[in-house]
Design a protein around this ligand. Structure first.
Ligand SMILES: Cc1cc2nc3c(=O)[nH]c(=O)nc-3n(C[C@H](O)[C@H](O)[C@H](O)COP(=O)(O)OP(=O)(O)OC[C@H]3O[C@@H](n4cnc5c(N)ncnc54)[C@H](O)[C@@H]3O)c2cc1C
Length: 380
């Protein structure tokens, strides 16, 4: 059996790895991973690296729990450290409405298997003294954390390559044609045949689906990121806020080398072709202000680099996961709406299960592409 995985970000590499390590892997299985660039160099490398269940849509929670279990096992599974650290995730509250949001989320989250520590102002100051004194409360998710976005997709790809994965990097796919019992995947140098095809083309997954007559209302956007000079290591957890408007969103984490990685605020527009996401310097200035309001000691810290990445946002803010509604043998996993980094390992295991057995590890029905079938027209 030949499986082609189109897109070598976290979703494609994790899927390839779990396909090749699945307990029911057929002896004849061959997997080819195709990317037009370097492995992991799309939205994945640009990620902030948040491995966060706190604040997540509850329909993704079962997948997120499974993914967290796998993040904790990655060093053993992949044979290298992708810098996953379960440091916890603290979200601060600055006003009454956000306090209610936090309390409502925490109550409902319990039913979905996520327990948060709710902290009043005194407890927040005691446990996280670096936070602004203006914060009135907070919620702490002790088992969430972060991973290194530069390391994880190449680590999955290399571990899969040791089990036979064929990697075609720097290979753009120009078109995909269904043949009745498989697919022909056209690249500038060759046509690759496959029995099964997995579309993990990220923000460009909409184009791949459109080639195969499946429409998805997906818009690419570019979240804005930055990193400071290294400082003495004082901030352990990932830090964020409960916010209503995108203007108020700010989050950061201090890496072990001391730099503070930060993001938040509105995203920029980005064109899928060529898909080069740019930073708007005005947004960086706003982020620096918001960062200093959240952690006053960071005021005046030098910013040494800013970046962005092209990510696919589906209109209902849920990813596309599961089999095609039109073609046997075609599967989709794209459009992760800025939340895919945490889901990556779990998604890979989920796709391997779906493609090799037809069963699901978690309920993926809310993410099926058929939800848009009668609502949109195909746009290439
Ligand atoms: C700036 C930024 C910050 C983020 N922060 C977080 C975070 O903190 N936590 C979180 O959970 N999520 C975060 N996300 C989201 C997360 O990074 C993504 O959801 C996830 O990485 C998506 O992985 P992917 O494999 O679907 O896409 P990608 O990594 O974009 O991979 C898709 C791949 O498909 C390839 N491709 C596309 N079309 C073709 C073609 N025609 N031929 C060949 N190859 C093709 C591309 O080259 C690309 O490598 C962030 C995203 C961005 C952009």
């Amino acid at each position: 059996m030949l499986i082609a995985v189109l897109g070598g970000g976290l979703m494609g590499t994790a899927s390839a790895f779990f396909l090749l390590t699945h307990p029911r892997v057929p002896k004849s299985l061959r997997v080819t991973l195709i990317d037009r660039g370097a492995i992991g160099a799309g939205a994945t490398v640009a990620s902030f690296g948040n491995v966060r269940r706190q604040g997540r849509d509850f329909r993704q929670m079962a997948l997120a729990h499974h993914s967290l279990t796998l993040w904790n096992q990655l060093e053993t599974l992949l044979g290298c450290d992708v810098e996953f650290r379960a440091t916890g995730h603290i979200r601060a509250v600055f006003h009454q409405q956000a306090l209610e949001d936090m309390q409502n989320f925490a109550k409902a989250a319990q039913m979905h298997g996520l327990d948060l520590d709710l902290l009043d102002q005194a407890e927040l100051r005691r446990r996280f003294p670096f936070l602004s004194q203006d914060a009135i409360a907070g919620s702490f998710s002790p088992h969430d954390g972060s991973g290194n976005p530069r390391l994880v997709a190449p680590a999955f790809a290399q571990a899969a390559a040791r089990r036979g994965l064929v990697i075609r990097d720097y290979t753009p796919v120009i078109s995909v044609t269904p043949t009745g019992n498989g697919f022909q995947i056209e690249t500038p140098d060759e046509v690759i045949g496959a029995d099964l095809l997995l579309n993990t083309a990220g923000a460009w997954g909409r184009q791949v689906a459109a080639w195969l007559n499946e429409a998805v209302p997906l818009t690419p956007y570019a979240p804005q990121m930055g990193v400071t000079e290294p400082l003495e290591h004082r901030i352990l957890p990932v830090v964020g806020v409960w916010a209503h408007k995108s203007e108020d969103v700010i989050y950061c984490r201090q890496v072990e080398r001391g730099n503070i990685v930060f993001g938040g605020g509105p995203r920029e527009d980005v064109a899928l072709d060529p898909g080069h996401a740019k930073v708007n310097p005005m947004r960086t200035l706003n982020q620096i202000e918001a960062l200093a309001r959240l952690i006053p000691a960071l005021r005046g810290t030098a910013i040494i680099r800013t970046w962005s990445g092209c990510e696919g946002y589906v209109d209902d803010m849920l990813p596309i996961i599961g089999p095609s509604a039109r073609h046997d043998g075609l599967f989709h996993a794209f459009g992760f709406c800025g939340h895919g980094f945490q889901l990556g390992p779990g998604l890979g295991a989920e796709m391997a299960e779906l493609m090799l057995t037809g069963n699901s590890l978690t309920d993926t029905s809310p993410f099926h592409i058929a939800r848009f079938q009668r609502k949109t027209t195909v746009v290439n």
